[in-house]
Design a protein around this ligand. Sequence first.
Ligand code: M6R
Length: 362
Amino acid sequence: DKGNHRHFMQKEIFEQPTVVAQALGRYLDPVAGKVRLPEMPFELATVPKVTLVACGTSYYAALVARYWIEKLARVPVEVDIASEFRYREPVYMDGGLAIFISQSGETADTLAALRHAKAAGQRVATIVNVMGSTMAREADVVLPIHAGAEIGVASTKAFTCQLSVLAALAVDLAAAKGQIDAAQEAAFVEELETAPKLMARVLAHDDAIQEIARAIAPARDVLFVGRGIHFPIAMEGALKLKEISYIHAEGYAAGELKHGPIALIDENVPVIGIAPNDELIDKTVSNLQEIMARQGKVILLSDNAESEAEGMFARLEMPSAGELVTPILYAIPVQLLAYYAAVEKGTDVDQPRNLAKSVTVE
Ligand code: M6R
């Protein structure tokens, strides 16, 4: 049931504050100021390394999580695309924790990677939406994302719920490793609790985003750029746009532009800059100015009102948030841009050509 939405994708985008609140409710104890993960058959404190493996949007969730886990828990993290993982003969560490992220829990490559890690004696966890799925049955530990059924082929609410669970896991691992104390853990729990209300504030910009989407719909190519933890959000934005609007899009680390892709820029190429007000903003904005100097149409997503707006094609004012919530917030405008660009082009939003919701062949 789409309710009063035109497509399941739109409904699922707008459900995000509710389902993220639901997911966080299962993992956070706000009274105690603690993260509560399901029972695990091993001590998180003993995990020497984390391996994250997934496909598509779930892979981008893994890339975001790498920043959190390495920064907060100081545990090395390796991230791989499931279809590549087994073939490069990964080096497992004794006691390593391998986490397989999948909305469906049935993606053939991710499942094969899970079996590979299990056969190698790794501790195997899965972050899934579908509880009765094969991956949920085969893993030692299951971390459900509680997003509710996701019908649109384009993954939206599963992504932000995956991020919510991964953020909780990063905090718990950091606490288990003694990298953060009880007060810091409580502060992270409090920060995560702010996500749903801030997400609702982003969704309130729906009209402004639709207007920007109308302007990018005629483009042949669109670039998404970001730095640090927002580089994977740029790639996720590009994937969303490609898969439902069929506009060619790429996500780049902003600092990589001048190593090749800037050659593509002219007045017909919109560039979406994901630039929250963090320690990287000046560098990202200076990369965007290089784009504007070549007539690129820059669309800035930022919470920094002072950042250089002159010459920009459009800007979207985002709420400010902490390091665990910011990537969750910036996922929303890129979903909505893709959604409205697809609506503008008249494509089949919920069932884009050539794609299936669950990819059960390798
Ligand atoms: O069910 P999974 O999370 O394992 O699916 C992985 C990808 O097939 C999926 O995220 C795909 O990239 C989406 N259509 C992206 O919107």
